[in-house]
Design a protein around this ligand. Structure first.
Ligand SMILES: Cc1cc2nc3c(=O)[nH]c(=O)nc-3n(C[C@H](O)[C@H](O)[C@H](O)COP(=O)(O)O)c2cc1C
Length: 314
């Protein structure tokens, strides 16, 4: 029995988001209101098995003191590299491994990776076998969509459910749809019904357009999924996983921003510029927020941000 079987029902997961859910931001989300499970950003097995692997390994940093299971998500093509990457991930101490079979990025899909692998059953079965051989003790999960160009939910999930997975996340859109249409939770419900027939041991996680815990609880009740994954909802509400909906004053948001800066400075060096995309998460929705954000965007280092915040809130 893996950790996936020991979670609350329904449980809540922070979605993997490239360039967003790094170890620093995961700590902030967990501090604001913790999900039950977290994922890394997707990590290339080609990068991981290359001579310059140090850069890729930074994406597999496990935050200190983490209380919840953290799943490493990987992507690529070559079964042998999946095998070696699974060994690496087991050695690093992750709670589980997830295969990305959903990313719609054009270049990646054109190479037949991620979302481009949807419908390629034989190839996926080989990769699943390679990972299980590389990390026999770790639960394996897959995150995918309901089709590449057209909806093939039952055919595709029907195959995946024969792979003895610990968990299966279904993002209720096709690859071609990117994020342009509302997520189809009726398709996700079909996967739950299939799971009941084919693979009762596999937990099903629904994903797409969930705003917060209350919204997720409603969708879980409607569809029967075991878990709910929230991605962009966290941009609008950093407290999206909170059990009680409460008002969080601007000062609480700014405290999270300060903490983000502190953790950023303690983490392996990264450039300051990409940090700015987080400002909107902490500074929005109150009078003066837009003006403050404009000032923050002009900062060139964490200390300048701190100075602006000090003058702002005394
Ligand atoms: C900025 C960004 C980066 C993403 N990176 C990944 C990723 O690395 N791996 C993955 O499986 N999905 C990735 N996704 C997709 C999300 O995990 C999720 O499936 C999608 O955003 C739909 O859920 P949501 O409506 O709750 O955001 C990314 C999405 C966004 C917005």
């Amino acid at each position: 029995m893996s950790f996936w079987q020991q979670l609350p029902n329904p449980f809540f997961v922070l979605a993997p988001m490239d360039d967003v859910t790094d170890a620093v931001f995961r700590q902030i989300v967990a501090r604001a209101a913790a999900p039950d499970v977290l994922f890394t950003e997707f990590v290339s097995i080609d990068g991981l098995q290359s001579p310059g692997r140090e850069a890729t390994l930074k994406r597999l940093r496990i935050e200190p003191g983490l209380q919840q299971p953290l799943v490493a998500q990987i992507w690529g093509m070559d079964p042998d590299r999946y095998y070696k990457s699974a060994q690496d991930i087991a050695a690093l101490g992750f709670a589980g491994i997830d295969i990305n079979l959903g990313c719609p990025e054009r270049g990646i899909v054109a190479r037949g990776c991620c979302g481009g692998m949807i419908g390629h059953d034989h190839q996926v079965a080989e990769i699943v076998a390679a990972i299980k051989a590389g990390a026999p003790g770790l639960p394996l999960s897959i995150k995918t969509r309901i089709g590449l160009n057209t909806i093939i939910t039952e055919e595709w999930a029907g195959f995946l459910l024969t792979q003895d997975l610990a968990a299966l996340t279904i993002h209720g859109r096709t690859v071609r749809e990117m994020s342009r249409v509302p997520a189809r939770w009726d398709e996700i419900a079909k996967v739950v019904a299939l799971r009941d027939q084919i693979a009762p041991q596999t937990v099903i996680i629904g994903n797409g357009d969930v705003q917060n815990r209350t919204h997720g609880l409603q969708l879980a009740a409607e569809t029967g999924v075991d878990g709910i994954m929230i991605g962009r909802g966290i941009f609008h509400d950093i407290y999206a996983f909170a059990h009680e909906s409460a008002e969080h004053p601007p000062a609480a948001h700014l405290e999270l921003l300060r903490h983000h800066l502190d953790l950023y400075e303690q983490s392996p060096t990264k450039s300051f510029q990409p940090l700015k995309k987080f400002f909107k998460i902490y500074v929005h929705g109150w009078p003066g927020a837009a003006e403050l954000r404009t000032k923050l965007m002009e900062a060139t280092n964490p200390d300048e941000v701190r100075t602006i915040l000090t003058h702002q809130v005394g």
